[in-house]
Write a protein that binds this ligand. Structure first.
Ligand SMILES: Nc1ncnc2c1ncn2[C@@H]1O[C@H](COP(=O)(O)OP(=O)(O)O)[C@@H](O)[C@H]1O
Ligand SMILES: [Mg+2]
Length: 229
């Protein structure tokens, strides 16, 4: 479960390093929501509304200005960055708009790396888990290709496999279809729907794509840093 309690995020940007105070942007303004286990939910709203900020806070990639976020009853707002790193490694899978695969590694090696970091499985286990999950996302036979030998849709499948393989509590997907044409975008969202059903992993998206919204079971509308629906 992810519980968001009165969360505000203010970015402060200094024009000049010597400035005492920077220009403040309130990206999230006192928002609250509960996302239960197994949900398939999207934050939807126009560009600049705070979607990426929300996912980054849930994903322990940035610090909360005020308020609390709980992941499986653990309050991440008061954690040290070391503890947040652990939560991020063990409980969160990320899927990005631009896939963020490591270009010199094969699909298989990209997925293995996510497992390797957990220091929980043997080399043989890692190799077979990565191979199987790539099969499950429809990439059987392509395990040894590097990202530049794969289409956009196939690269996004690798990144889904990489997120899923460590069996996280939550997968955060920031505009996962934004770089894909409508047919590939649809295939990817249907794949995630199926994985959500079979693995019962919680999926939280950000999107402004109508097609993605139509496939989500729940939409949290966001505008100017506020949840409006
Ligand atoms: N690192 C940052 N520093 C300063 N302002 C930021 C930063 N990241 C985002 N913002 C600002 O916060 C607001 C929300 O941005 P973002 O969460 O990226 O929106 P979205 O993902 O919905 O497009 C925008 O006004 C944006 O300019
Ligand atoms: Mg964004």
């Amino acid at each position: 479960m992810v519980k968001i309690e009165n969360v505000t995020k203010i970015y402060e940007q200094k024009e000049n390093p010597k400035d005492k105070k920077g220009i403040a942007t309130k990206a999230l303004d006192n928002v609250s929501a509960i996302i239960e286990d197994g949900e398939f939910t999207a934050f939807a709203g126009p560009s600049g509304s705070g979607k990426t900020t929300m996912l980054n806070l849930i994903g322990c990639l940035d610090s909360i200005t005020s308020g609390k976020i709980f992941i499986d009853d653990k309050d991440i707002s008061t954690m040290t960055s070391q503890d947040k790193n652990l939560i991020r490694q063990q409980k969160i899978g990320f899927i990005f708009q631009s896939y963020n695969l490591i270009p010199v590694l094969t699909a298989q090696e990209n997925v293995e790396l996510a497992l390797d970091l957990l220091k929980k499985y043997s080399k043989e286990e890692i190799s077979s888990m990565a191979y199987e999950i790539l099969k499950e996302v429809g990439l059987d036979g392509l395990q040894n290709r590097k990202p530049n030998q794969l289409s956009g849709g196939q690269q996004q499948r690798v990144s889904i496999a990489r997120a899923l393989v460590k069996k996280p509590s939550v997968i955060l997907a920031d505009e996962p279809t934004a770089n894909l044409d409508s047919k590939n975008g649809l295939n990817i969202i249907e794949l995630m729907q199926e994985l959500n059903r079979t693995h019962n992993t919680t999926f939280i998206f950000s999107t402004h794509d109508k097609m993605v919204m139509e496939h989500c079971r729940r939409i949290i509308k966001i505008k100017d840093g506020k949840f409006i629906d």
